[in-house]
Design a protein around this ligand. Structure first.
Ligand SMILES: NC(=O)c1ccc[n+]([C@@H]2O[C@H](COP(=O)([O-])OP(=O)(O)OC[C@H]3O[C@@H](n4cnc5c(N)ncnc54)[C@H](O)[C@@H]3O)[C@@H](O)[C@H]2O)c1
Length: 262
């Protein structure tokens, strides 16, 4: 997809990876709606001009997603590309994670993708085109040491993106799924919603800048391929895991012991 002139929506665009995605799409000529619980208008003002709008939105409910899709359509017209990027990192073990933390993780990291798609797909099927993107995580292909909610919800996000591609690909709908390891954002560095095991992520490989990740995403969208793996070693780990699951699990337990001992 050529991003020039395309109507795009990015959730979680108030900061971090979402803000970088919005900026990159804008630079490549897209009209961009930046949506977030907080900071959407400020992030939009930083980009400036009449091809950018910030909308305060809570994607943790079905109604929040419905209203976002409707508002975005009112701003620029039919949506060409929707990027479900907003995410939460909270949650740890079974004993230490309250039910409401599990619920929020599933609402924001998984159900938000499904709810947005529910209100996008009918129009896209009529038009015979549309582009759905999501930010999952390398944790969705592998695991997040120390966080049950993050591991489960990111795995589900990858599964949902794959299912979307399988189910609607022949009808002209494209899907791309972003699965990074460490990216230099507040989530990794312990802001208001730090990810459990963030130190493991930092130790596991390069911590990339959001702008560099966003460039790779835009290139992948232009090429219309499925995965964005900004850390190429994640593809190797995934193959290793599939080839020898017991050895992979044993290696992950060893990594966890090192983390607990440090
Ligand atoms: N930073 C990393 O190392 C890393 C690695 C892999 C995947 N990710 C994923 O990347 C995505 C972006 O995260 P980030 O690193 O930029 O973190 P971040 O915390 O800087 O940004 C997340 C944004 O999502 C917004 N958000 C949270 N709940 C929301 C809701 N209910 N409605 C609307 N917006 C909401 C927050 O306000 C925030 O602006 C997330 O899905 C995250 O899980 C991050």
């Amino acid at each position: 997809m050529d991003l020039q002139g395309k109507n795009t929506v990015v959730t979680g665009a108030g900061r971090g990876i979402g803000a970088a995605l919005a900026e990159t799409f804008h630079t490549r000529g897209a009209n961009v709606v930046l949506a977030d619980l907080v900071g959407a208008s400020d992030a939009a003002a930083l980009l400036g001009g009449d091809r950018v709008v910030g909308i305060t939105a809570d994607v943790s409910t079905e109604d929040g997603n419905y209203r976002l899709v409707e508002s975005a359509r009112e701003v620029f017209g039919p949506i060409d590309l929707f990027f479900a990027n907003a995410g939460v990192g909270s949650g740890t073990t079974l004993a230490d994670t309250p039910e409401e933390v599990w619920a929020t993780a599933f609402d924001v990291n998984v159900h938000a993708h499904r709810w947005a798609a529910k209100y996008l797909i009918p129009e896209w099927l009529e038009r015979g085109e549309g582009y759905f993107c999501s930010t999952a995580s390398a944790a969705g292909l592998l695991a997040q040491i120390g966080s049950g909610p993050y591991t489960l919800t990111k795995r589900a996000a990858v599964a949902f993106a794959e299912w979307m591609s399988i189910t609607y690909g022949d009808a002209g709908i494209k899907v791309t799924c972003l699965c990074p390891q460490g990216v230099n954002t507040e989530m990794l560095h312990g802001g208001d919603d730090p990810i459990s095991g963030g130190n493991v992520v930092k130790a596991a490989g390069a911590v990339l800048e959001p702008a560099d990740v966003a460039e790779q995403v835009a290139n992948t969208i232009e090429a219309e391929t499925f995965f964005v793996l900004p850390h190429p070693e994640v593809a190797d780990y995934t193959q290793f895991k599939a080839a020898d699951p017991d050895r992979w699990l044993s290696g992950m337990r060893k990594l966890q012991r090192r983390v607990l001992e440090s």
